[in-house]
Each structure stands twice: as C-alpha cells, then as structure tokens.
Design a protein around this ligand. Structure first.
Ligand code: ATP
Length: 908
C-alpha cells in the first residue's frame, strides 16, 4: 500500500490579505488533518462526512463522486466532496479496498453547545477511529467467510545470520489473538498461511532491502515508529491492555513474541481510540505444529483460490458445506494450517467420524446451526460501541441455538473429545442474559439503535409511559386537525410535519385568505405560502409539538439506556459467548466434513508418525466434483510412496504419460489427500495411510512472474532451489514438468540432477511428472525411484485417455494427437508428424544409457558431491609432479620426466 501524505496546498503569495485569512472551521480541520498524516480525513458536518483538498480529489476519483468547492483557503478554492453518514460504510469499504486508510472525525458536542460559546465558535470535533484494512468490525466491511487479520511482524537480528521473526495476529471482529515465532526460511510460508489483511512493521523493517520482496507481496503494509516495537515496554503495554498486573497468567511468550503482540495491541489502541475491543489472551502456536506450505504451493494447489483468483473452483470451495460464516472461517483456517500432531488430528477425525456414523444427529445439528448467527462478530461490534439491536438479537438467538444444540448432543452416549469440549462451552453462556434479551427485544428490529422501537412493550414501565405520551399526543394532533377543519369550515385542512417548520396547518391556496383574515387570524399565524398551499401555525400546535418531541426524546433516551445496559451485560459475558461461538464453529466444521464424507464417499485416513504414504483408490476432490456435474466418472488411482520399495511403490514416483492423460491431476490429488488428512478431514480415497508430512512443496514448471521481473524459467529454478535446499525426509514434494522452460537438453539435465538430489540427499517422498522419457532410465540405479505412467489407448490413429496410473514408462507423448484435438490446422499436424519421425530417428537413448552406467554421483551422496573435485587424470598428474625432485635430477632426467608427464595428459 502506498500511504498518501495529503496536505493542503501551500499559501498563494499573490492572494490578498482578506482572502488568506483562515476560517475557524478550516483552522480546526487543518489541525486535525496534520495530526493524522497518511490518512484520508472524514470530517463530520451534519449528516455528511466531508473531505477537503487532496483528500477530496483522491476520494472523488476512488469513489466516483462529484468533486465540488467549498470556500477559499489562502486565496484558492477548496476542493471538497462528501459522503452521507447513512451510507458511509459502503464508501469506507471501497476506500479501504483501494488501499487507503481513513480517519473518522466526529462532532463531539451538540451544535447548540458551540453556539452558547459564541456565534463564531466551531463545534468540537475529534477523530474517534482510524479505519484500516486490519481493524474492521462492521459486517458491511467484512467478508463473512474470512478472518480479517491484523498482523504485527517483529525481528530479532542475530549477528551470526539466522534472524528470528515473531508474528502476532489479531482478528478484532472475533477477538482471536495468536503469536508464533519462526526463522527467516519459514517466514513466507507462515505469512501465506495466516493471510493477513494488514501487516504492521517498524520503519526499520519496512526499509530493509532483504524483506522488500516479501513485504511487497502483502496486501497492505503499515510502517510504524520504533516505539511501537520497543521490547522494553512490551510487557507493560500488554498488561495495560488486558488490565492485568503480569502477563504470566495470560500466556507464555518469548520476548520477541511479546514485542510483536504489544505492537499489535498498541496499533489497535491507536486506531480504535475511544474503544478498546476485548481480545482473547494471546495463544501461542508452537513452531512446527503446522505443515509448512509456502505461497507458491498454496497457489499451485488452489487451496483457497484458483490460479485465476476465484474462490469457486478452489479446494476450500469444494469441501465447504458449513452452515455458518464462523464455521466457514474455521474451515479456511484449518485448511491453511494442517497439523503435524497426530493426537490433535485424531481428535478432529474422531469428531467427524461421530457425525458420519450418526446421520440424524448430523442433520439435526446442521439444522440448528442454520439459525445460529455470527455471535463473535456481533459481540465485537457491541464491545466497540458499533453494535445495533440486531447484534443483541444475534446473541439471543445464538444462546437459544446453543441450548438446542446441547440438548441434541447430549444424546451421544460417549461423545469424542472435541465434541465433548464443544458441549462444555455451550453449557456456559449466561441464562440471565438470554432471558433478559428475550424479554427486552421486539419482534422486528431496526438496524440502528438511534432509530428506536427495538424494546418490547411491557419491558420497562417508564418507557411504556413515554411512548404512550408520545403516541397520545399524536392522537391529539389528529383530533385537533378535525376540530380545526370544523372551526374553519375547510374540510381539506391538514396538520403536517416537516423538519423545517415542525408541525403546521396546511390549506389549499384558495382557503388561505380566510385563515389570514379575522377572526381566524387570531388563532392561525401565517408561516409560508407555496404555489398551491398556505401554511400556518397555532400556539396550541406549538405546545403539542414540544410535548411530542419531549416524549419521543425521552422514549428514545430510555431505549438507548436499555441498549447500553444489555450491551454491557453481553460484554460481561463475553468470554463465555465467544467460547460458545467457537464451539458452534467447531461443530459446524465437524458436521459439514461428515456430510461431505458421506455425499462424496470419502474415507477416514490413518495418520501416524511413520514415513508411509499409501493411498488406494485416490481421487482429486475438485476435479471429481466437476466431472460429476458433467456426468463423467473420475478414475481412481493408487499411490504408494512407502520407503521400502516394492513392485508397486517407491519413495519417488516418476510419472510419464501423454499430454492430457491426467498427470497433473494425479500429482495434485495426492498432495491434497495428505493435506486434507492432516487438516482432520476424511479424504477422497478408498484407503489412505499418511505418515506426517512437515512440509509440502508443489511446483509447476513455467509459471510466469513477470510482475517481479523474473523470467518464467528463472522462477522455476528459484522455486526448485528452495525445495532442494529445504525438503527434509518428512517433506512431500510435487514437481510437475520441472525443466520444460529451457532448451531440451538443459531441461533434461536439470530434471535428471534434481531427481538424483531428491533421492540421495533430501530422501523425501515425491512425485515428479515429466515428458522427458529418458529420465525413466534412472530407476535402474535409484532403488527408491519408481516409474509410473498414465495409460492411453490408440484407436484408429486417435488417442483415447484412460486416466489409469500403472507401473511402467510411457513410450511417447502423443503431443501431436492432442494438438490435433485442439484444432491445429491439418497441414501443421502433417508437417509436425514428419519432423517428429526424423527426430526420433536420431537416438537419444544411447547417451542416456552411458549416463546411467557412468554416474560418479552415485558414489558420493549428492549433497556432498563436490563440483570442484579434479578428474582422475589431473590427480595422477599432481601425484607424478609431487614425486619429482628437480634438485636431484640431471637435465636429461628432467627432460624425460617432462615427456612422461605430457604423456599422462588426457588425449583430446
Ligand atoms: N483420474 C481421472 N479421471 C477422469 N478424468 C481425469 C482424470 N485425471 C485427469 N482427468 C481429466 O483429464 C484432464 C487433463 O488432466 P491433466 O491436466 O492432469 O493432464 P496432464 O497429463 O497433466 O496433461 P499435460 O501433460 O498436457 O499437462 C483433466 O482436466 C480432467 O478432466
């Protein structure tokens, strides 16, 4: 994000003195503006937020609203635009989405109070909130199905290299607060997993060239002064926020984590100004507790978005059958961070299993969940004073649903641990609050509390009385209208109301004179003559008006008091309500994954700490659904990457096969099955045993990254380098056509060396798809490399895709047949065939055989293979030279020795 420093234009030297005088209001504006650099200032004026100077120009462009002028400053027109307060959420949303940050400046006193201080006094105003992408709470500004995280990033520099980073992330709309620490190598994957909407860093980190590329990838980065990241004051600031004397009772954090956590809460304090949203105590995530999945892998596997950026078509979209927004958010979180702890995974799987085996319970819980509103977000809005009556109703309905869900779950004779924990949380919420909300709230509720009318009749006597008075007065007005019509003889006389005149008597123009003449003019005082009507007031009407206004004001005031009381009661019960909301989300995820498992015929995976990977009858969760919609079956395939090789397994599979045969699908489906299993979901397979994977890499050859100024091939190589340097034996590596982005022999050589390295040095599980059929020869020397191919049949010169993965190697790519299917002109196809025939005549196979027979690499572990080691002839030459003693040689012996040395040189 770029932060605009918007300032009013500098004074116009040519302007006359009078014109350069700054009005009191402008003075106030400029002062507030200067105190909030880098933000667009929404300056409240009556029913509008107005923007001035460059802010107005930026906003009018971003929002497509008219730019006008208001008065002059330093002799020049002041550009201005405004947005109505009623619809400001929408405008804020668009500005935030466009990368801006906004300071909302409200009137903090009634205009009448300002008038009392003198005619020229300006209404007091103050910035009440900074609206930034990571600190939103309004429903209209948030995506219901996604968390909205603010993340603080802190670094501890180590003199020996190996910097450490701490990340603290908060969703103020749900009160979640997490911290973790990681090394520089894992930073990209950790950020990608959390997917924050705003990141705050110190100025120093922001300017660090080593981090520039990483920070540029993030949606919004806000640099802050060093004091926000001061570790010496971190604990004090955290204690202050949580109103505790020491952090010990809240959570154990490293000093670096506390620094990041303190920066995050300080920023929240700064942006929320008058409100301090309640947060759960920071929960520490142990490093290594989740599967590391770097950004490129996430993108390749299309976990939450497709490569085109759509949710539709992603894995999340295919498996998300949740009933609530909070459930959807939790599922997305889990998918982003699959676990590595088998016990925790088993607990999740147990909960899903309970709902797969008890369909009535699953359906009932899902029906109850359908009525459960987003309690955590409603509560967050109430906590920061931005809640409305519907948020209170949300809590009421949520608690009702909690009771129903609990009653239904109690039918489980022996609920698994996760369900039992959820039940415990559902038991907690205060019955008093539920009863109070039930009693207080009306049937239909306005959006804003200031509209009134949300408290049920009979709830509070004083309110009922005020309302009666207000409504009775309205009846009095109706009676008065009838009486006036009678008295004046004007049957069409009406009593109306508007904001300018208040209540007034209105007659058509033809009757106006009568009311303006004696004797009626003693009662009716003329106020306004319009084209068709004449308007009057009477002293009696004035009195009634005051009574109505007073009773109305009093009724609204009483309602607002009740609102505050109920909101406060809800906030006091915040922790229990949030726990109940989390329990709903957990139940929703478990029940929805169970429904998915039943609908799509998934099985429970065995997840253990071995290095096995054995999938029988595996399918691709997204492709399968797409094919099903089109009425086509998906062909299931097995994949066994167990470390002990057999006839049908090998730790690294080399997959060859024609274009369009299904290689990429097969690679990805296995990565997704592992990922889903560790997320705690059932998987699209007949059977699956997955030994914990700590890191998942997936690369597809040749994906452009022109935006970062790297060529296609460069990107591919950078990504391959990361894998070869980082993959441990617990990693799963998926490589799809690596090396295809360069000349054939270069690509083949790189692919060749990469496989050797993965096999010998990384020793990880992996799947490698390629069109370089020569690579299959490698299996002769690499015991854990297994050749597999995707079957096709040729039928009258056409290729038929069977999508079956079998042991063996493909003989050819059928690229020309696929090109024909794609509609290349027949002349091009014919020519390609003849070129192919000629090329195939030149045998590449012999070179390959020589390479396999003569590989020095196999003698030495690949990681240690020293490229600079001299060839054997050189070694011999050096040894011979060492054995010579020139001082003891005659000239003739020296000459002979020289000839002997020359003879040892390799023949060219
Ligand atoms: N197991 C399967 N069962 C049914 N259809 C499949 C299967 N696998 C793949 N397909 C279909 O084949 C299409 C092509 O698959 P995929 O992209 O995986 O091929 P590929 O071998 O990687 O091709 P290329 O080498 O050209 O990249 C898929 O879009 C899908 O519709």
């Amino acid at each position: 994000m770029t932060i605009q420093r918007t300032m009013p234009p500098s004074p116009n030297p040519a302007a006359p003195v009078e014109a350069t005088r700054v009005t009191p209001m402008m003075e106030q504006y400029l002062e507030i503006k200067a105190a909030n650099p880098g933000l667009l200032l929404f300056y409240r004026m009556g029913d509008f937020y107005e923007l001035f100077f460059e802010d107005a120009e930026i906003a009018s462009r971003a929002l497509g609203i008219t730019l006008t002028k208001r008065g002059k400053h330093q002799g020049a027109d002041i550009p201005m635009c405004g947005v109505p307060v009623e619809r400001s959420d929408d405008y804020l949303h668009r500005l935030i989405a466009a990368g801006h940050r906004v300071a909302v400046c409200e009137q903090t006193e009634d205009p009448s109070a300002a008038r009392k201080r003198g005619n020229k006094s300006v209404v007091r105003r103050d910035v009440v909130r900074l609206v930034t992408p990571g600190t939103l709470t309004e429903d209209t500004l948030l995506d219901a199905k996604a968390n909205n995280y603010l993340l603080a990033l802190a670094r501890a520099q180590a003199s020996s290299g190996g910097d450490r980073f701490a990340l603290a992330w908060i969703d103020i709309s749900t009160a979640e607060f997490m911290v973790t620490e990681c090394g520089a190598g894992e930073l990209g994957a950790t950020l990608a997993r959390i997917n924050p909407n705003e990141v705050i860093v110190s100025d120093a980190l922001h300017g660090d060239p080593d981090l520039r590329a990483l920070l540029r990838e993030l949606p919004s980065v806000t640099p802050l002064t060093r004091d926000v990241f001061d570790s010496a004051t971190a604990e004090r600031r955290l204690c202050d926020y949580f109103a505790v004397a020491t952090m010990d009772g809240l959570s154990a954090m490293s000093r670096l984590e506390a620094t990041a956590a303190a920066a995050a809460v300080t920023y929240i304090d700064r942006t929320q100004i008058s409100q301090r949203p309640p947060l759960s105590p920071p929960s520490r995530e142990a490093s290594g507790s989740t599967m590391a999945v770097d950004p490129a892998t996430r993108a390749n596997l299309e976990l939450t978005r497709t490569l085109a950026g759509e949710r539709r078509g992603s894995l999340l979209d295919a498996i998300d059958l949740t009933m609530t927004a909070a459930g959807s958010r939790l599922l997305a979180q889990r998918l982003a961070a699959p676990l590595t702890d088998t016990t925790a995974i088993t607990r999740r799987l147990d909960a899903v299993a309970a709902f797969t085996s008890d369909s009535p319970a699953r359906d009932d819980i899902r029906t109850i969940l359908r009525t459960a509103p987003d309690m955590s977000r409603a509560l967050a809005r109430l906590s920061v004073g931005r809640g409305g009556p519907r948020d209170l109703a949300g809590l009421r309905d949520g608690m009702l649903a909690a009771g129903q869900a609990l009653a239904r779950l109690e039918e489980f004779s022996d609920p698994p641990a996760d369900i039992a924990a959820a039940m415990q949380s559902l038991r907690r919420p205060s019955c008093d609050l539920a009863r109070e909300l039930g009693d207080a709230l009306s049937e239909s509720l306005p959006l804003m509390k200031r509209e009134g009318g949300f408290v049920r009749e009979g709830y509070e006597r004083a309110l009922d009385e005020a309302r009666k008075l207000r409504d009775d007065s309205r009846l009095v007005v109706a009676a008065m209208q009838a009486r006036y019509a009678e008295e004046t003889g004007v049957k069409t006389l009406k009593i109306r109301h508007n904001n300018v005149l208040g209540y007034f008597v209105e007659v058509t123009a033809q009757h106006g004179d009568r009311l303006m003449s004696a004797p009626l003019n003693a009662t009716f005082i003329h106020r306004q003559t319009l084209a068709g009507q004449v308007r009057f007031t009477t002293s009696e009407l004035g009195e009634i008006e005051a009574r109505i206004a007073n009773a109305g004001d009093r009724a609204l005031g009483l309602e607002l008091e009740i609102f505050d009381r109920l909101a406060e009661m809800a906030i006091q019960n915040g922790e229990e309500l949030r726990n109940a909301a989390h329990a709903f989300a957990q139940l929703d995820v478990a029940a929805s994954l169970a429904k998915l498992a039943i609908d799509e015929n998934y099985t429970r995976p065995d997840v253990d700490n071995s290095l096995s990977f054995a999938v029988e009858g595996g399918r691709h969760p997204v492709v399968e659904q797409a094919l099903k919609r089109a009425g086509h079956p998906f062909i299931a395939n097995a994949c066994d990457l167990s470390p002990i090789p057999s006839q049908t397994s090998g730790q690294i599979w080399l997959l060859t096969g024609p274009n369009m045969a299904g290689k990429s699908t097969f690679l990805r489906q296995n990565a997704l099955i592992a990922l889903m299993a560790q997320t705690g979901s059932f998987v699209p397979a007949r059977r699956a045993r997955i030994g914990i994977i700590d890191r998942l890499f997936s690369r597809v050859g040749a994906a452009d990254d022109l935006a970062r100024g790297r060529s296609t091939f460069m990107v591919e190589m950078v990504e391959t380098a990361i894998i070869l340097n980082q993959a441990s034996e617990r990693a799963l590596v998926i490589l799809d056509e690596i090396g295809r982005g360069t000349a054939t022999f270069d690509g083949l050589s790189i692919a060749w060396a990469t496989i050797e390295h993965l096999h010998e040095a990384n020793k990880c599980r992996g799947l490698f798809a390629t069109h370089y059929h020569e690579l299959t020869a490698l299996s002769a020397k690499l015991p854990r490399l297994f050749n597999a191919t995707v079957r096709v049949k040729e039928w009258h010169g056409e290729v038929v895709f069977l999508h079956e993965v079998l042991p063996g190697a493909a003989d050819r790519s059928y690229g020309i047949q696929v090109a024909k299917l794609a509609g290349l002109p027949p002349s091009v196809i014919a020519r390609a065939k003849s070129v192919l025939a000629k090329l195939e005549a030149q045998d590449r196979g012999s070179t390959v055989r020589t390479l396999v027979d003569d590989l020095p690499l196999f003698a030495v572990p690949a990681r240690a293979a020293d490229e600079s080691a001299p060839p054997s002839e050189t070694v011999q030459l050096i040894e011979a030279l060492k054995s010579l003693h020139p001082d003891e040689m005659s000239p003739r012996e020296a000459l002979e020795a020289l000839y002997a040395l020359k003879a040892k040189l390799p023949k060219q």
